[in-house]
Design a protein around this ligand. Sequence first.
Ligand SMILES: Nc1ncnc2c1ncn2[C@@H]1O[C@H](COP(=O)(O)OP(=O)(O)OP(=O)(O)O)[C@@H](O)[C@H]1O
Ligand SMILES: [Mg+2]
Length: 234
Amino acid sequence: MLKVENLEVNYGMIKAIKGISFSVEKGEVVALIGANGAGKTTVLHTITGLLSADAGRIEFDGKDITKTPAHKIVSMGMAHVPEGRRVFANLSVIQNLRMGAFTRKDKAEIEKNLEMVFARFPRLKERVNQLSGTLSGGEQQMLAMGRALMSNPQIILMDEPSMGLSPILVNEIFDIIGKVKADGTTVLLVEQNAKKALSISDRAYVLETGRIVLTGQASELLNNEEIKKAYLGE
Ligand SMILES: Nc1ncnc2c1ncn2[C@@H]1O[C@H](COP(=O)(O)OP(=O)(O)OP(=O)(O)O)[C@@H](O)[C@H]1O
Ligand SMILES: [Mg+2]
């Protein structure tokens, strides 16, 4: 579904991504884990077309999207849940959700999709007319995920969904990611919370200062001594 080959991304003289390759198969949840500044957000922004690659190739659903603009990539079926949620604070919950469907014309299907999102996130349904800026952090995360689901994507890229949330909400958010997968959506999950990310993922890649240093089945990485020491605090 998604294939990244020898990707390099620079910010001026700074080499943020130094030639990485990875893939996500249809139906998988794949985690990209790494510490602050490893380059996780840079990778997601380059895939979604918000940044441009300096070298390498990105393929989505068999098509080369390395130079495709962001809005086209969205209409091809890729959704992005950005770091720090970024909901439209001055719009209501329902307005934010409808924004997620802006590339779609299938009105009846959009309404069905909305019901599906409300079923996934009952808290959003209770707050349809509330201004999004007044939602709690966890609710904003749910809204950002709901908004992404409103584009009916084939793949969702999530940037640190657990950031700044209480342990209970972190569990809730990860449960929902599991259900999104069960619904058949492919997920590329960027996280610093390696333990949680690995516990719901099929496979994972470990990113360190712009390079992939380790990859494997998530269950194997959870038991890997290096990973335990560096990322799981064990
Ligand atoms: N606009 C920019 N200009 C210059 N350097 C940048 C820019 N954005 C990011 N960087 C640098 O690129 C590197 C990777 O940053 P990135 O935001 O991708 O990391 P990250 O893994 O998402 O970190 P975090 O977990 O803190 O979100 C860092 O060294 C960062 O300082
Ligand atoms: Mg980041």
